[in-house]
Design a protein around this ligand. Structure first.
Ligand SMILES: Cc1cc2nc3c(=O)[nH]c(=O)nc-3n(C[C@H](O)[C@H](O)[C@H](O)COP(=O)(O)OP(=O)(O)OC[C@H]3O[C@@H](n4cnc5c(N)ncnc54)[C@H](O)[C@@H]3O)c2cc1C
Length: 446
């Protein structure tokens, strides 16, 4: 038991720690079922500070996220601030482009400026009867036995008794720390890549597509901004190691030189490249896993607090929203908090790990340069998908356009890749050109 530094304030039944992207969503769902929900956020209300100071300027919404927004009655309002993207367009070093539709039926994913979505979610939570949002209220510690949370308000610190605590507090979760103190095992690491965000003009790029420039050890990706004619770009370099890396190029001029060596066609079109690289922060991506997401009916983790992942699939927030929906479905079914939390963890933990693996792998897919062996496997996998569309569904589509569990999506993708590898090893490079009936026969005989 932690010592109390001051008398506890009024008791709060349900406390949501964190008002990032998942916190307001969780608060609205819970307030509609259980009444009062207290949300504690360590930072200043982002609606009162200039936009564009957080993580990525843009986030992508796909089906899992939309399902939640629809259930909360926010779909139309969010749709108004989004732009559809139907494909990603790779700009290869030889000057050619490669367009990969996000879905086979042309359905788009949706780009939205993070700060606008965040504000909209906070407004919605604030307008929801029962939700009480408190900013500049960092939670310092969580006592899972009491249960109670220690909160700072100005210079005062106090313990607030509560019954149920939702950890929507992101990668540095204090709720997760409390679970770790009770024996949970966490894995926290930093992606080997760091990134900077650059705003740029790309006059010849289609605004209905996401654009990326693969460079093996580096990657540049750009989304059209919705509220301006510019694009929001992110350059990813390795943190350590030889050029290109952030360790090997320090300062605006060195970074601009490195950028120009790796992405010459882009650099020529960004007149303030050096200034942007000198002033924009280099951000690191933290990765998290935890082998326990809940303790009794007292505490439960949601979103980045239990599965912060590499950003390349655009699923972190979508997955966090789906976590909340799954949790609430469990509460609706079980009507007992401890059983609901256990069931939520049982359903969801494997999915959190799976989408983290998929997201990391997707970086390799996007950044890699043409490679004959990989390309042959990829070509066979694509042909199988085209030939037997009911049997094989592209991984991206499974994640972004369905509510299939991420674990099953990953297992199916591994099955497809294994099959492609087997066909390739049996028939050699000629496998890529096998006539359709023979390729189909390979599937049946596999
Ligand atoms: C570069 C980049 C691009 C991305 N693009 C996409 C995308 O396109 N699509 C997508 O779905 N996802 C994307 N993501 C992932 C997405 O941003 C996260 O998955 C999402 O923000 C998770 O929401 P969350 O509420 O769990 O955590 P967060 O949004 O991080 O919110 C956590 C909140 O808790 C608060 N907090 C932390 N500790 C405390 C404390 N002790 N007391 C009180 N408050 C606390 C924090 O201040 C924060 O407001 C991207 C991530 C990155 C880094």
């Amino acid at each position: 038991m932690h010592s109390r530094t001051s008398a506890p304030a009024a008791s709060s039944g349900i406390v949501v720690v964190g008002a990032g992207l998942a916190g307001p969503v969780a608060a609205i769902y819970l307030a509609r079922r259980f009444g009062r929900v207290t949300v504690l956020e360590r930072h200043t209300d982002p609606r009162h500070i200039p936009a564009g100071q957080g993580r990525s300027l843009m986030v992508i919404l796909s089906d899992r996220g939309w399902r939640v927004l629809r259930e909360l009655g926010l779909e139309e309002a969010v749709r108004r601030i989004c732009a559809p993207l139907t494909a990603r367009c790779g700009h290869l070093p030889d000057g050619s482009t490669e367009v990969t539709p996000y879905s086979r039926d042309g359905a788009p994913i949706w780009a939205v400026e993070r700060h606008r979505l965040h504000r909209l979610l906070l407004d919605a939570a604030q307008a929801e009867p029962g939700v009480h949002l408190h900013f500049e209220r960092p939670v310092l510690a969580v006592d899972l036995e009491a249960p109670a949370i220690q909160v700072r308000a100005g210079t005062a610190e106090r313990w607030i008794p509560c019954r149920h605590i939702l950890g929507c507090d992101g990668v540095h979760s204090v709720v997760r720390t409390a679970l770790v103190e009770r024996g949970a095992q966490e894995q926290v690491s930093t992606l080997e890549l760091a990134y900077q965000e650059i705003v740029l003009d790309l006059p010849s790029c289609d605004r209905g597509l996401m654009h990326y420039w693969p460079a093996g050890d580096a990657l540049f990706g750009a989304f059209p901004l919705v509220s301006s004619s510019k694009f929001a770009g992110s350059v990813f370099f390795r943190r350590e190691g030889p050029r290109p890396s952030y360790a090997a190029a320090v300062g605006g001029r060195a970074l601009a030189q490195q950028f120009a060596e790796i992405f010459p066609s882009l650099a020529a079109g960004i007149p303030d490249l050096e200034e942007q690289l000198a002033t924009k922060p280099v951000s690191h991506v933290r990765l998290t896993r935890c082998d326990r997401w809940a303790l009794g009916g007292t505490a439960v983790l949601v979103g980045d607090s239990c599965h912060a992942m590499a950003p390349f699939m655009g699923q972190g927030m979508n997955c966090a929203f789906e976590d909340v929906r799954t949790l609430v479905n469990c509460l609706d079914k079980e009507r007992d908090w401890a059983r609901a939390f256990t069931e939520y963890e049982r359903i969801r933990r494997g999915d959190g790990d799976a989408i983290a693996d998929i997201s990391y792998q997707h970086y390799r897919t996007m950044s890699r340069l043409p490679d004959p062996q990989d390309d042959a496997e990829e070509a066979i996998a694509r042909r199988l998908v085209a030939l037997m569309p009911d049997h094989f569904v592209p991984l991206y589509e499974r994640c972004a356009f369905s509510e299939e569990s991420y674990s099953s999506a990953l297992a199916e993708e591994r099955r497809l890749r294994e099959l492609a590898r087997r066909i390739l090893s049996r028939h050699g490079d000629a496998a890529v050109h096998l006539p359709d009936p023979r390729l189909r026969a390979c599937v049946s005989s596999a």
